[in-house]
Design a protein around this ligand. Sequence first.
Ligand code: MSP
Length: 474
Amino acid sequence: MISTPIYYINGEPHIGTLYSTVLADFFTRWEKVKGNNPYFTTGTDEHGSKVYQAAQKSGLDPKKYCDFMSSKFENMCSPYSIEYNRFIRTTDKDHIETVQNLWNQLYSKGLIYKGEYKSWYCRSDESYLTQSQITKEKIKGVEYYFTKDTYKQVEWISEINYKFKLSQFKDEIRKWLLSKDDIITPKSQLQNILNILDNEDISDLSISRSKSKVPWGIDVPNDNTQTIYVWFDALLNYITSSYKINHWPPYCNIIGKDILKFHTIYYPAILMGLGYKLPQHILIHNHWTVNKQKMSKSLGNVILPGDLLKQFRCDIVRYYLLRNSNYNSDSDFNISGIKKINNTELADIVGNLISRSFSPILLKYCNGVISKDRVKLTDADLKLIEYLKNTKENVKKYYDALYYYKGIDELIKYLREVNKYIATIEPWKIVNNQNLSAIEKGNQLSSIFYCICESIKMAGVFLYPVMPSCIFFL
Ligand code: MSP
């Protein structure tokens, strides 16, 4: 199973959402290329007070609001050739049943208990807040606390709700993380997780809320005063979509860096509590910014996937997102970057090579067929074929290690070299050489076209996960 996070539906999908989903589609297609049977799951995270408030604002009943918003995320996929197996919604009946079942399992194992939960709470926003989300203000000598986001007053509250014995799994999580060196990709994120385990308070996790404060959520089994905490509900989506149909454990859970703690500490702890196998890989990606700024509605810089399709083919956008992102830093989005990469790489390198392979010369001198007994590789051809073999190995190694962007880079470097090879060999000179017979010309051209076509064949295999709709025709 390969998954994306499930997306919050209180805003529209943007290029960050698209990137995460394209990444999952890329790795799913790569697994298919290798003959494996991957299962790709994505979807929407629909419970909690934010969605409830957004629904109230829009005048729609919460479920209708969720139907409307969730469809925007689902509809983003097909125009971008994203082929998921399951689009899960946390309001799906089977998910609600799974969450309640798993709750009961953990409860009967003694891993869920009733305890005191203390938190900042904003009555007018109806939201619970962490320390980092609030700010202090002294007014006439009295200290008041406000939300940083909406600048509304918050209070320190205490309530009795249910807790999950997270603290019990701290050592086991550390052991698991260090048990293999490819669980966390990129490796640099592993240290961040270990730092959280060592320096942050990993106490038991509150996994329910008072129903009077958060009515839009899954009911806690046998207690109608409480609803299940949205993150606990959301993290179980991977189990709902994949466990019963034998796609467990996940091959790779793909997440953004902001939700690392939930996926590398809470999620494994819950799986350990349930006695379920842990994911093979967790891929943590960086973010996309626009003019080096975080995308936000108030800044008006949110890039919508649908708008891009008015200007570019989906394959070009997919290529841009995968080619221009990496695990070292955030990537900055700009339209001119898409245009540039389309011209300099897709047209000049890939397109050029493909159009050369459809050359009328091939038809005229070789009857459109590259026959093996006519291929006599020269030193230059052999050198290129050697480079091709190395590239094949390297790209495969990078794709398998989840370093998609390094693989694409290796491939493009090679294709650039093939174009140079053609420019140096100048096949058109062979065609115009009066001293060669048509058969001799055909023999020499066969070797050149053999090298070109082998290169295109390899490009087709490795570019298929990146640009599935146009490469399909190769
Ligand atoms: N609902 C939770 C996830 C629950 S998964 C069990 C959530 N939703 S989210 O919509 O806020 O974010 C979903 C994903 O989108 C996260 O992985 C986040 O990192 C990613 N992105 C949000 N903005 C992004 C960019 N600007 N760029 C790239 N990815 C971004 O968190």
